[in-house]
Design a protein around this ligand. Structure first.
Ligand code: ZN
Length: 116
């Protein structure tokens, strides 16, 4: 059965859409630069970037919005900073834990060896 032009054009559109879904995009928020694989109508890498952009647009009309944007940016930095310190802290604890286990096991072996 021959395809009608409508069939092949909608098929082409579907192929294009699925192709574009696989093509990495670059986030449209200035200063972000994240690439992402997303839907064809998606312009931002994340909800957060999309939200920030809509806030930035509103900020042009609402001066308080710029304060909110600045605070949000700094809170993000706080979270990033806290996460980094948290991870460093956990890493340090785990290294000490492993060292402690090693020391205790060696001590036990020495005790066992002197008893036998
Ligand atoms: Zn982004």
């Amino acid at each position: 059965m021959a395809e009608s032009p409508e069939d092949s054009s909608s098929q082409a559109a579907r192929v294009l859409v699925s192709y574009r879904a696989e093509v990495p995009g670059v986030c449209a928020r200035p200063g972000c630069g994240n690439t992402f694989v997303g839907r064809p109508n998606k312009r931002y890498c994340s909800k957060r970037c999309a939200m920030r952009m809509s806030r930035a647009r509103r900020a042009a009309n609402d001066p308080i919005e710029s304060c909110i944007n600045e605070a949000t940016r700094r809170i993000d930095e706080c979270v990033e900073d806290a996460m980094k310190r948290f991870q460093d802290c956990i890493r340090e604890v785990m290294e000490d834990f492993r060292e402690c286990v090693r020391t205790q096991v060696q001590a036990q072996r020495r005790r066992d060896a002197s008893e036998s």
